[in-house]
Design a protein around this ligand. Structure first.
Ligand SMILES: Nc1ncnc2c1ncn2[C@@H]1O[C@H](COP(=O)(O)OP(=O)(O)OP(=O)(O)O)[C@@H](O)[C@H]1O
Length: 520
Protein backbone atom coordinates (compact mmCIF):
# COMPACT_ATOMS: atom_id res chain seq x y z
CA UNK A 1 0.00 0.00 0.00
CA UNK A 2 1.25 3.49 -0.79
CA UNK A 3 1.69 4.94 2.68
CA UNK A 4 2.06 8.46 1.33
CA UNK A 5 -1.30 8.42 -0.44
CA UNK A 6 -3.28 6.54 2.21
CA UNK A 7 -1.21 6.12 5.36
CA UNK A 8 -2.27 3.83 8.19
CA UNK A 9 -2.57 6.02 11.27
CA UNK A 10 -3.01 4.66 14.79
CA UNK A 11 -4.92 7.05 17.05
CA UNK A 12 -4.38 6.48 20.78
CA UNK A 13 -6.79 8.42 22.98
CA UNK A 14 -8.92 7.52 25.98
CA UNK A 15 -11.61 10.07 25.06
CA UNK A 16 -14.15 8.59 22.59
CA UNK A 17 -15.11 12.05 21.29
CA UNK A 18 -11.47 12.86 20.51
CA UNK A 19 -11.03 9.48 18.85
CA UNK A 20 -14.01 10.16 16.57
CA UNK A 21 -12.70 13.63 15.70
CA UNK A 22 -9.23 12.33 14.92
CA UNK A 23 -10.62 9.42 12.90
CA UNK A 24 -12.57 11.89 10.80
CA UNK A 25 -9.47 14.08 10.38
CA UNK A 26 -7.31 11.13 9.29
CA UNK A 27 -9.94 9.89 6.85
CA UNK A 28 -10.45 13.39 5.53
CA UNK A 29 -6.82 13.43 4.42
CA UNK A 30 -7.20 10.02 2.78
CA UNK A 31 -5.65 7.95 5.57
CA UNK A 32 -6.86 4.76 7.27
CA UNK A 33 -7.54 5.30 10.95
CA UNK A 34 -6.99 2.58 13.55
CA UNK A 35 -8.19 3.25 17.09
CA UNK A 36 -6.79 2.35 20.51
CA UNK A 37 -8.36 3.56 23.74
CA UNK A 38 -5.29 3.13 25.90
CA UNK A 39 -1.54 2.55 25.81
CA UNK A 40 -1.71 -1.20 26.42
CA UNK A 41 -4.04 -1.78 23.51
CA UNK A 42 -1.89 0.46 21.29
CA UNK A 43 1.32 -1.41 22.13
CA UNK A 44 -0.34 -4.77 21.65
CA UNK A 45 -1.67 -3.63 18.29
CA UNK A 46 1.67 -2.21 17.13
CA UNK A 47 3.51 -5.43 17.91
CA UNK A 48 0.95 -7.77 16.34
CA UNK A 49 -0.68 -5.94 13.45
CA UNK A 50 -0.11 -6.94 9.84
CA UNK A 51 -1.11 -3.46 8.67
CA UNK A 52 2.10 -1.43 8.74
CA UNK A 53 1.38 1.68 10.78
CA UNK A 54 2.97 4.82 9.31
CA UNK A 55 2.16 7.27 12.12
CA UNK A 56 0.92 7.16 15.71
CA UNK A 57 -1.16 10.08 16.98
CA UNK A 58 -0.83 9.81 20.73
CA UNK A 59 -2.63 11.56 23.55
CA UNK A 60 -0.17 12.48 26.28
CA UNK A 61 -2.63 12.49 29.16
CA UNK A 62 -4.31 9.16 29.63
CA UNK A 63 -5.22 7.19 32.78
CA UNK A 64 -3.06 4.15 33.67
CA UNK A 65 -0.31 4.57 31.08
CA UNK A 66 0.42 8.09 29.87
CA UNK A 67 1.72 8.98 26.42
CA UNK A 68 5.33 9.35 27.54
CA UNK A 69 5.30 5.82 28.93
CA UNK A 70 3.78 4.52 25.68
CA UNK A 71 6.68 6.18 23.78
CA UNK A 72 9.22 4.70 26.16
CA UNK A 73 7.79 1.21 25.68
CA UNK A 74 7.67 1.67 21.90
CA UNK A 75 11.40 2.46 21.98
CA UNK A 76 12.10 -0.52 24.23
CA UNK A 77 10.25 -2.80 21.80
CA UNK A 78 12.11 -1.35 18.81
CA UNK A 79 8.96 0.18 17.29
CA UNK A 80 10.23 3.07 15.20
CA UNK A 81 7.00 4.64 14.01
CA UNK A 82 6.93 8.47 14.04
CA UNK A 83 4.74 9.75 16.88
CA UNK A 84 2.69 12.94 16.83
CA UNK A 85 1.66 13.83 20.37
CA UNK A 86 -1.50 15.69 21.30
CA UNK A 87 -1.65 17.93 24.29
CA UNK A 88 -4.07 20.31 25.94
CA UNK A 89 -3.23 23.99 26.39
CA UNK A 90 -0.57 24.65 29.02
CA UNK A 91 1.08 21.26 28.67
CA UNK A 92 4.31 22.75 27.30
CA UNK A 93 6.63 21.00 29.78
CA UNK A 94 5.22 17.59 28.85
CA UNK A 95 5.54 18.48 25.18
CA UNK A 96 9.19 19.37 25.72
CA UNK A 97 9.67 16.00 27.39
CA UNK A 98 7.86 14.21 24.58
CA UNK A 99 9.93 15.93 21.89
CA UNK A 100 13.08 15.00 23.76
CA UNK A 101 11.85 11.43 23.98
CA UNK A 102 11.68 11.41 20.18
CA UNK A 103 8.15 12.59 19.27
CA UNK A 104 8.05 13.87 15.74
CA UNK A 105 5.67 16.78 16.29
CA UNK A 106 2.94 17.94 18.62
CA UNK A 107 -0.56 19.24 18.07
CA UNK A 108 -2.67 21.17 20.56
CA UNK A 109 -6.27 20.12 21.30
CA UNK A 110 -8.75 20.72 19.78
CA UNK A 111 -6.79 19.57 16.77
CA UNK A 112 -7.68 21.27 13.51
CA UNK A 113 -7.89 18.59 10.76
CA UNK A 114 -5.67 20.71 8.46
CA UNK A 115 -2.98 21.03 11.12
CA UNK A 116 -2.98 17.29 11.74
CA UNK A 117 -2.84 16.59 8.00
CA UNK A 118 0.25 18.85 7.64
CA UNK A 119 1.95 17.12 10.52
CA UNK A 120 1.17 13.64 9.16
CA UNK A 121 2.39 14.56 5.67
CA UNK A 122 5.60 15.99 7.10
CA UNK A 123 6.22 12.86 9.15
CA UNK A 124 5.75 10.70 6.06
CA UNK A 125 8.13 12.90 4.06
CA UNK A 126 10.85 12.69 6.69
CA UNK A 127 10.47 8.96 6.96
CA UNK A 128 11.00 8.56 3.24
CA UNK A 129 13.79 11.07 2.89
CA UNK A 130 15.70 9.28 5.63
CA UNK A 131 15.52 6.07 3.67
CA UNK A 132 16.63 7.81 0.52
CA UNK A 133 19.57 9.35 2.29
CA UNK A 134 20.66 6.28 4.19
CA UNK A 135 24.23 6.79 2.95
CA UNK A 136 24.05 10.55 3.07
CA UNK A 137 27.22 12.40 4.03
CA UNK A 138 27.14 15.94 2.75
CA UNK A 139 24.18 18.24 2.39
CA UNK A 140 24.60 19.57 -1.14
CA UNK A 141 22.73 22.75 -0.28
CA UNK A 142 24.74 23.83 2.75
CA UNK A 143 27.93 21.76 2.45
CA UNK A 144 27.18 20.36 5.90
CA UNK A 145 29.33 17.28 6.49
CA UNK A 146 28.45 14.53 8.94
CA UNK A 147 30.14 11.19 9.41
CA UNK A 148 30.11 10.43 13.15
CA UNK A 149 27.14 8.78 14.86
CA UNK A 150 26.84 11.93 17.00
CA UNK A 151 26.43 14.15 13.93
CA UNK A 152 24.14 11.62 12.30
CA UNK A 153 21.89 12.12 15.31
CA UNK A 154 22.13 15.89 14.98
CA UNK A 155 21.24 15.70 11.28
CA UNK A 156 18.34 13.42 12.08
CA UNK A 157 17.03 15.97 14.61
CA UNK A 158 17.56 18.77 12.09
CA UNK A 159 15.44 16.89 9.54
CA UNK A 160 12.69 16.42 12.08
CA UNK A 161 12.85 20.05 13.15
CA UNK A 162 12.60 21.13 9.52
CA UNK A 163 9.31 19.33 9.11
CA UNK A 164 7.45 21.56 11.55
CA UNK A 165 7.62 25.12 12.80
CA UNK A 166 8.69 24.07 16.23
CA UNK A 167 11.09 26.56 17.91
CA UNK A 168 14.60 25.13 18.02
CA UNK A 169 17.56 25.96 20.24
CA UNK A 170 20.95 24.75 19.06
CA UNK A 171 23.51 24.49 21.85
CA UNK A 172 27.23 23.94 21.43
CA UNK A 173 30.66 25.48 21.76
CA UNK A 174 31.78 28.22 19.43
CA UNK A 175 32.60 26.99 15.93
CA UNK A 176 30.86 23.60 16.15
CA UNK A 177 28.53 24.46 13.28
CA UNK A 178 25.39 25.82 14.96
CA UNK A 179 24.65 28.30 12.20
CA UNK A 180 25.37 25.66 9.58
CA UNK A 181 22.77 23.42 11.22
CA UNK A 182 20.26 26.28 11.35
CA UNK A 183 20.75 26.75 7.60
CA UNK A 184 20.36 23.02 7.06
CA UNK A 185 17.02 23.13 8.91
CA UNK A 186 15.89 26.10 6.87
CA UNK A 187 16.87 24.51 3.56
CA UNK A 188 15.05 21.30 4.44
CA UNK A 189 11.89 23.16 5.46
CA UNK A 190 8.93 24.55 3.50
CA UNK A 191 10.47 27.99 4.03
CA UNK A 192 13.59 27.23 1.99
CA UNK A 193 12.80 29.92 -0.58
CA UNK A 194 11.90 32.49 2.06
CA UNK A 195 14.37 34.80 3.82
CA UNK A 196 16.90 33.41 6.27
CA UNK A 197 17.92 36.30 8.50
CA UNK A 198 20.68 36.00 11.09
CA UNK A 199 21.29 38.19 14.11
CA UNK A 200 24.23 37.82 16.44
CA UNK A 201 22.65 39.09 19.66
CA UNK A 202 26.02 39.19 21.43
CA UNK A 203 27.57 41.46 18.81
CA UNK A 204 25.03 44.31 18.96
CA UNK A 205 25.48 47.11 21.51
CA UNK A 206 22.77 46.84 24.22
CA UNK A 207 21.16 50.12 23.28
CA UNK A 208 20.61 49.05 19.70
CA UNK A 209 19.33 45.51 20.19
CA UNK A 210 15.66 46.48 20.40
CA UNK A 211 15.76 48.56 17.27
CA UNK A 212 17.81 45.99 15.35
CA UNK A 213 15.36 43.21 16.23
CA UNK A 214 12.02 45.01 16.15
CA UNK A 215 12.78 48.10 14.03
CA UNK A 216 12.00 51.75 14.75
CA UNK A 217 9.88 54.54 13.37
CA UNK A 218 11.48 57.64 11.99
CA UNK A 219 12.15 60.08 14.87
CA UNK A 220 11.60 57.41 17.52
CA UNK A 221 14.83 58.50 19.23
CA UNK A 222 17.66 60.91 18.59
CA UNK A 223 19.48 59.80 15.50
CA UNK A 224 16.55 57.78 14.10
CA UNK A 225 16.40 59.77 10.89
CA UNK A 226 14.93 56.93 8.86
CA UNK A 227 12.35 54.25 9.55
CA UNK A 228 14.00 50.85 10.09
CA UNK A 229 12.20 47.55 9.51
CA UNK A 230 14.08 45.38 12.00
CA UNK A 231 15.17 41.75 11.65
CA UNK A 232 11.80 40.23 12.63
CA UNK A 233 10.08 42.06 9.78
CA UNK A 234 12.91 41.21 7.38
CA UNK A 235 12.42 37.56 8.25
CA UNK A 236 8.62 37.73 7.92
CA UNK A 237 7.38 34.54 6.25
CA UNK A 238 10.85 32.98 6.65
CA UNK A 239 13.33 32.02 9.35
CA UNK A 240 15.11 34.15 11.95
CA UNK A 241 18.35 32.78 13.37
CA UNK A 242 19.14 34.36 16.73
CA UNK A 243 22.75 33.59 17.59
CA UNK A 244 24.08 34.03 21.15
CA UNK A 245 20.55 34.20 22.53
CA UNK A 246 21.95 33.92 26.08
CA UNK A 247 23.40 37.44 25.74
CA UNK A 248 20.03 39.22 25.51
CA UNK A 249 19.20 41.68 28.28
CA UNK A 250 16.12 41.09 30.51
CA UNK A 251 14.19 43.93 28.77
CA UNK A 252 14.66 42.42 25.36
CA UNK A 253 13.82 38.97 26.68
CA UNK A 254 10.35 40.26 27.65
CA UNK A 255 9.79 41.65 24.15
CA UNK A 256 11.05 38.49 22.55
CA UNK A 257 8.65 36.45 24.69
CA UNK A 258 5.77 38.52 23.39
CA UNK A 259 6.93 38.02 19.81
CA UNK A 260 7.18 34.26 20.30
CA UNK A 261 3.96 33.88 22.28
CA UNK A 262 1.65 36.14 20.31
CA UNK A 263 3.46 36.52 17.01
CA UNK A 264 3.44 40.28 17.57
CA UNK A 265 6.26 42.78 17.74
CA UNK A 266 6.43 46.33 19.02
CA UNK A 267 8.41 48.55 16.72
CA UNK A 268 10.19 51.29 18.69
CA UNK A 269 8.13 54.47 18.44
CA UNK A 270 5.12 52.77 16.77
CA UNK A 271 1.64 53.18 18.21
CA UNK A 272 0.52 49.65 17.46
CA UNK A 273 2.10 46.26 17.53
CA UNK A 274 2.49 44.37 14.25
CA UNK A 275 1.88 40.72 13.40
CA UNK A 276 4.83 38.66 12.16
CA UNK A 277 5.13 35.10 10.92
CA UNK A 278 8.66 34.00 11.73
CA UNK A 279 10.20 30.58 12.32
CA UNK A 280 12.71 30.99 15.14
CA UNK A 281 15.95 29.09 15.46
CA UNK A 282 18.14 30.22 18.34
CA UNK A 283 21.68 29.27 19.23
CA UNK A 284 23.86 29.64 22.26
CA UNK A 285 27.28 28.57 23.43
CA UNK A 286 26.16 29.04 27.02
CA UNK A 287 24.35 26.40 28.98
CA UNK A 288 20.93 28.04 28.84
CA UNK A 289 19.40 26.11 31.70
CA UNK A 290 22.29 27.26 33.91
CA UNK A 291 21.51 30.83 32.82
CA UNK A 292 17.89 30.25 33.85
CA UNK A 293 18.98 28.89 37.22
CA UNK A 294 21.26 31.89 37.72
CA UNK A 295 18.30 34.20 37.00
CA UNK A 296 19.89 35.68 33.88
CA UNK A 297 17.50 34.09 31.39
CA UNK A 298 13.71 34.06 31.77
CA UNK A 299 12.34 30.61 32.43
CA UNK A 300 9.14 31.23 30.43
CA UNK A 301 11.17 32.36 27.43
CA UNK A 302 13.46 29.37 27.81
CA UNK A 303 10.54 26.96 27.56
CA UNK A 304 9.04 28.84 24.63
CA UNK A 305 12.26 28.83 22.61
CA UNK A 306 13.61 25.50 23.69
CA UNK A 307 10.79 23.18 22.67
CA UNK A 308 13.18 21.27 20.43
CA UNK A 309 16.77 21.34 21.69
CA UNK A 310 19.66 20.21 19.51
CA UNK A 311 23.05 19.83 21.17
CA UNK A 312 26.06 19.80 18.90
CA UNK A 313 29.03 18.02 20.47
CA UNK A 314 32.49 19.59 20.22
CA UNK A 315 34.66 18.24 17.43
CA UNK A 316 37.02 16.50 19.89
CA UNK A 317 34.12 14.22 20.90
CA UNK A 318 33.30 13.19 17.32
CA UNK A 319 36.63 12.66 15.69
CA UNK A 320 35.17 10.44 12.99
CA UNK A 321 34.06 13.69 11.35
CA UNK A 322 37.59 15.06 11.02
CA UNK A 323 38.82 13.18 7.93
CA UNK A 324 35.59 13.84 6.06
CA UNK A 325 35.65 17.53 6.97
CA UNK A 326 39.31 17.82 5.93
CA UNK A 327 38.57 16.27 2.55
CA UNK A 328 35.54 18.41 1.90
CA UNK A 329 37.35 21.63 2.91
CA UNK A 330 40.41 20.68 0.84
CA UNK A 331 38.19 20.05 -2.21
CA UNK A 332 36.35 23.32 -1.75
CA UNK A 333 39.40 25.50 -1.14
CA UNK A 334 41.29 23.74 -3.94
CA UNK A 335 38.52 24.68 -6.37
CA UNK A 336 38.22 28.20 -5.00
CA UNK A 337 41.96 28.64 -5.17
CA UNK A 338 42.00 27.60 -8.82
CA UNK A 339 44.16 24.50 -8.26
CA UNK A 340 44.18 22.13 -11.19
CA UNK A 341 43.09 18.65 -10.13
CA UNK A 342 41.99 17.46 -6.70
CA UNK A 343 43.93 18.20 -3.52
CA UNK A 344 45.33 14.99 -2.02
CA UNK A 345 45.83 14.55 1.69
CA UNK A 346 48.62 12.44 3.10
CA UNK A 347 47.49 9.80 5.61
CA UNK A 348 49.90 11.35 8.11
CA UNK A 349 47.92 14.60 7.89
CA UNK A 350 44.64 12.82 8.51
CA UNK A 351 46.16 11.03 11.48
CA UNK A 352 47.64 14.22 12.88
CA UNK A 353 44.50 16.32 12.42
CA UNK A 354 42.38 13.58 13.96
CA UNK A 355 44.71 13.42 16.95
CA UNK A 356 44.35 17.13 17.66
CA UNK A 357 41.58 18.29 19.99
CA UNK A 358 40.41 21.40 18.06
CA UNK A 359 39.47 23.83 20.84
CA UNK A 360 38.13 26.16 18.12
CA UNK A 361 36.13 23.26 16.65
CA UNK A 362 35.22 23.04 12.96
CA UNK A 363 35.97 26.72 12.34
CA UNK A 364 39.58 26.21 13.46
CA UNK A 365 39.91 23.08 11.33
CA UNK A 366 38.47 24.89 8.33
CA UNK A 367 40.99 27.72 8.75
CA UNK A 368 43.89 25.31 9.15
CA UNK A 369 42.96 23.49 5.93
CA UNK A 370 42.47 26.79 4.12
CA UNK A 371 45.95 27.92 5.09
CA UNK A 372 47.47 24.58 4.05
CA UNK A 373 45.75 24.62 0.65
CA UNK A 374 46.99 28.15 -0.01
CA UNK A 375 50.54 27.20 0.95
CA UNK A 376 50.73 23.85 -0.82
CA UNK A 377 52.10 23.98 -4.32
CA UNK A 378 51.97 20.37 -5.45
CA UNK A 379 48.36 19.49 -4.65
CA UNK A 380 49.34 17.33 -1.68
CA UNK A 381 48.65 18.31 1.93
CA UNK A 382 51.53 17.16 4.12
CA UNK A 383 52.08 17.64 7.87
CA UNK A 384 54.58 20.47 7.38
CA UNK A 385 51.69 22.64 6.16
CA UNK A 386 50.12 22.44 9.62
CA UNK A 387 52.99 23.61 11.82
CA UNK A 388 50.76 25.16 14.52
CA UNK A 389 48.89 21.91 14.98
CA UNK A 390 52.04 19.75 14.89
CA UNK A 391 53.67 22.02 17.46
CA UNK A 392 50.85 21.42 19.91
CA UNK A 393 50.66 17.67 19.57
CA UNK A 394 52.84 15.56 21.79
CA UNK A 395 55.08 13.53 19.53
CA UNK A 396 54.73 15.72 16.46
CA UNK A 397 57.43 18.19 15.71
CA UNK A 398 58.04 20.36 12.69
CA UNK A 399 61.68 20.48 11.76
CA UNK A 400 63.89 21.46 8.88
CA UNK A 401 64.71 18.69 6.40
CA UNK A 402 67.20 18.77 3.56
CA UNK A 403 66.67 21.39 0.81
CA UNK A 404 64.99 23.71 3.33
CA UNK A 405 61.80 21.62 3.44
CA UNK A 406 60.01 21.23 6.73
CA UNK A 407 58.62 17.87 7.68
CA UNK A 408 56.59 16.83 10.66
CA UNK A 409 57.71 13.74 12.46
CA UNK A 410 55.83 11.81 15.02
CA UNK A 411 57.25 9.98 17.99
CA UNK A 412 54.34 9.43 20.34
CA UNK A 413 53.31 5.94 21.33
CA UNK A 414 50.04 4.78 19.84
CA UNK A 415 48.19 5.18 23.11
CA UNK A 416 49.06 8.63 24.42
CA UNK A 417 48.81 8.86 28.18
CA UNK A 418 49.26 12.23 29.81
CA UNK A 419 52.22 12.33 32.19
CA UNK A 420 53.60 9.05 30.94
CA UNK A 421 57.11 9.64 29.55
CA UNK A 422 57.59 8.87 25.88
CA UNK A 423 59.50 5.75 25.02
CA UNK A 424 62.72 7.44 24.01
CA UNK A 425 64.30 4.54 22.21
CA UNK A 426 61.21 4.07 20.10
CA UNK A 427 60.94 7.78 19.37
CA UNK A 428 64.56 8.11 18.38
CA UNK A 429 64.44 5.15 16.05
CA UNK A 430 61.34 6.62 14.38
CA UNK A 431 63.04 9.99 13.93
CA UNK A 432 65.99 8.31 12.30
CA UNK A 433 63.67 6.55 9.89
CA UNK A 434 61.68 9.66 9.04
CA UNK A 435 64.60 12.02 8.60
CA UNK A 436 65.90 9.94 5.71
CA UNK A 437 62.65 10.15 3.73
CA UNK A 438 61.23 12.39 1.06
CA UNK A 439 57.82 13.95 1.65
CA UNK A 440 56.15 11.40 -0.59
CA UNK A 441 57.68 8.55 1.36
CA UNK A 442 56.47 10.09 4.58
CA UNK A 443 52.86 9.47 3.59
CA UNK A 444 53.61 5.87 2.76
CA UNK A 445 55.37 5.38 6.08
CA UNK A 446 52.42 6.86 7.90
CA UNK A 447 50.08 4.46 6.24
CA UNK A 448 52.15 1.49 7.26
CA UNK A 449 53.30 2.43 10.71
CA UNK A 450 52.77 5.76 12.38
CA UNK A 451 49.19 6.54 11.41
CA UNK A 452 47.41 5.79 14.63
CA UNK A 453 50.23 7.20 16.73
CA UNK A 454 48.95 9.65 19.34
CA UNK A 455 45.37 9.15 18.17
CA UNK A 456 43.67 7.36 20.99
CA UNK A 457 43.58 8.70 24.50
CA UNK A 458 43.89 6.20 27.29
CA UNK A 459 42.47 8.76 29.71
CA UNK A 460 38.85 9.85 29.28
CA UNK A 461 37.35 13.33 29.66
CA UNK A 462 36.67 12.54 33.32
CA UNK A 463 40.39 12.02 33.95
CA UNK A 464 39.95 8.29 34.53
CA UNK A 465 41.40 5.43 32.52
CA UNK A 466 39.04 4.43 29.71
CA UNK A 467 37.83 0.86 29.43
CA UNK A 468 39.47 -1.45 26.93
CA UNK A 469 36.16 -1.72 25.08
CA UNK A 470 35.97 2.05 24.62
CA UNK A 471 39.51 2.23 23.35
CA UNK A 472 39.00 -0.80 21.10
CA UNK A 473 35.86 0.70 19.59
CA UNK A 474 37.68 3.93 18.84
CA UNK A 475 40.61 2.09 17.28
CA UNK A 476 38.25 0.10 15.04
CA UNK A 477 36.32 3.21 13.97
CA UNK A 478 39.56 4.97 13.16
CA UNK A 479 40.98 1.97 11.29
CA UNK A 480 37.82 1.71 9.16
CA UNK A 481 38.23 5.32 8.15
CA UNK A 482 41.95 5.16 7.74
CA UNK A 483 41.80 2.19 5.40
CA UNK A 484 38.66 3.50 3.71
CA UNK A 485 36.58 0.55 4.84
CA UNK A 486 38.79 -2.15 3.27
CA UNK A 487 37.84 -4.87 5.70
CA UNK A 488 40.67 -7.26 4.86
CA UNK A 489 43.24 -4.53 5.29
CA UNK A 490 41.66 -3.34 8.55
CA UNK A 491 41.53 -6.88 9.95
CA UNK A 492 45.14 -7.55 8.90
CA UNK A 493 46.40 -4.32 10.43
CA UNK A 494 44.53 -4.90 13.67
CA UNK A 495 45.87 -8.42 13.77
CA UNK A 496 42.45 -10.09 13.91
CA UNK A 497 40.45 -12.23 11.51
CA UNK A 498 37.79 -10.75 9.27
CA UNK A 499 34.97 -12.55 11.06
CA UNK A 500 36.22 -11.23 14.43
CA UNK A 501 36.29 -7.76 12.91
CA UNK A 502 32.71 -8.11 11.62
CA UNK A 503 31.58 -9.37 15.02
CA UNK A 504 33.21 -6.46 16.83
CA UNK A 505 31.71 -3.98 14.35
CA UNK A 506 28.31 -5.46 15.09
CA UNK A 507 28.85 -5.55 18.86
CA UNK A 508 29.88 -1.91 18.97
CA UNK A 509 26.99 -0.92 16.73
CA UNK A 510 29.38 0.63 14.20
CA UNK A 511 27.72 1.30 10.88
CA UNK A 512 30.74 0.38 8.78
CA UNK A 513 28.98 1.39 5.57
CA UNK A 514 28.66 4.88 6.98
CA UNK A 515 31.95 5.08 8.80
CA UNK A 516 34.29 4.42 5.95
CA UNK A 517 32.67 6.46 3.23
CA UNK A 518 35.51 8.94 3.23
CA UNK A 519 37.43 7.95 0.16
CA UNK A 520 38.61 11.14 -1.59
N1 LIG B 1 29.53 19.86 9.75
C1 LIG B 1 30.10 20.85 9.03
N2 LIG B 1 30.36 20.67 7.73
C2 LIG B 1 30.95 21.63 6.99
N3 LIG B 1 31.32 22.83 7.50
C3 LIG B 1 31.08 23.07 8.79
C4 LIG B 1 30.46 22.09 9.63
N4 LIG B 1 30.34 22.59 10.87
C5 LIG B 1 30.86 23.83 10.82
N5 LIG B 1 31.30 24.13 9.58
C6 LIG B 1 31.98 25.37 9.16
O1 LIG B 1 32.70 25.85 10.30
C7 LIG B 1 32.54 27.25 10.46
C8 LIG B 1 31.89 27.54 11.81
O2 LIG B 1 30.56 27.07 11.78
P1 LIG B 1 29.33 27.91 12.38
O3 LIG B 1 29.50 29.37 12.13
O4 LIG B 1 28.08 27.27 11.92
O5 LIG B 1 29.60 27.62 13.92
P2 LIG B 1 28.85 28.20 15.20
O6 LIG B 1 28.72 27.08 16.16
O7 LIG B 1 27.58 28.89 14.78
O8 LIG B 1 29.91 29.26 15.73
P3 LIG B 1 29.67 30.50 16.74
O9 LIG B 1 29.16 29.93 18.04
O10 LIG B 1 31.05 31.07 16.91
O11 LIG B 1 28.72 31.41 16.07
C9 LIG B 1 31.70 27.73 9.30
O12 LIG B 1 32.53 28.23 8.28
C10 LIG B 1 30.98 26.48 8.84
O13 LIG B 1 30.73 26.54 7.47
Amino acid sequence: MDQTASPNVLVVDDDPVQRRLLKAAVEHMGGNAFMAEDGDIALEFLTTTRDPIAIVVLDLKMPRMDGLEVMRRMTQSGIEVPVIVQTGHGGIETVVEAMRAGAFDFVVKPVAPERLAVSIRNALKVDQSEERHAGFRMDPGTGMVSASPAMERVMHLAQRAAASLIPVVIEGESGVGKEKIARTIQRASDRRHKPFVTVNCGAIPDKLVESVLFGHERGAFTGATEKHRGKFMEANGGTLFLDEIGDLSPDIQVKLLRAVQDGEIETVGARQSAKVDVRLISATNKNLIEEVKAGRFREDLYYRLNVFPITVPPLRNRKEDVPMLVRSFADRFGREHGLRGPVSISPEVLAMLTAYDWPGNVRQLENAVFRAVVLCDDGLLTPDLFPQIAAQLPGYDVREAGAGQRVAVSDAPSLSMPDVPLQRGFAESQQRVVSGLSLGDLGATAKTGSAARGMINAIGDDGELRTLNEVEEEVIRFALQFYSGQMSEVARRLGIGRSTLYRKIKDYGIDAGKTFEIEA
